[in-house]
Design a protein. Structure first.
Length: 202
């Protein structure tokens, strides 16, 4: 299971910006970045919304996400989809297999163009595809986009230390552990450490 970082606090199923299509273009699949096994695609409300909303409320999926414990309503999730296009500090992609199977979302948030940094986040909610290395490939493609298209100098991620699969995926994508925030996250009666991982554009 790959769920890297905690997403953006109080924002449902996030990781994103204006890579989003209004319902007029419906179900067409638009690839923004091609990978070896998966592609980063334009988020489409008709194509991706229902699954995204389902996954963000799935306890097995959001277990290690700093998303809060409150349910995300249909309206809240739709508001995110509709407002993300206006948020220049986020870039969001849908992760899909080559055959068009929707796996989840990946992207950059807290984009600080002055200092050249951003936070990486990913949510893979399609459980049938967990454990296949798709998360690390999606992260790598997003990191490359951040460095070579946005011109960023550093990309970091926050990962709950207990989520060892996500830590390994981030490392496989080229990130290195920078710090540990002790007892930084509380979930189900347990205080959990959060690992900070990062990669520099050298």
């Amino acid at each position: 299971m790959i769920i890297l970082h905690i997403q953006i606090p109080n924002l449902p199923c996030r990781v994103g910006k204006a890579n989003f299509m209004k319902e007029g273009n419906m179900s067409s699949r638009i690839v923004f970045r091609y990978g070896e096994n998966i592609d980063l695609c334009v988020l489409n409300q008709t194509r991706h919304f229902d699954k995204c909303w389902e996954w963000v409320n799935d306890p097995e999926v959001n277990r290690y996400m700093l998303l809060g414990v409150s349910p995300v309503s249909h309206e809240e999730e739709r508001n995110f989809f509709e407002s993300s296009a206006q948020n220049s500090s986020m870039v969001n992609f849908a992760v899909e297999t080559k055959s068009g199977e929707y796996l989840g979302n990946v992207g950059l948030s807290q984009i600080d163009r002055q200092n050249g940094i951003a936070e990486l986040g990913i949510m893979l909610g399609n459980k049938e595809f967990w454990g296949n290395g798709y998360g690390s490939e999606a992260e790598r493609l997003t990191i490359e986009y951040g460095f070579y298209t946005l011109g960023l100098s550093k990309i970091y991620a926050r990962v709950i230390a207990k989520n060892t699969g996500s830590v390994k995926a981030a490392i496989k994508a080229g990130m290195h552990q920078e710090a540990t925030l002790k007892e930084h996250f509380f979930r189900e009666g347990e205080r959990l450490d959060v690992v900070i991982l990062s990669i520099f554009n050298y």
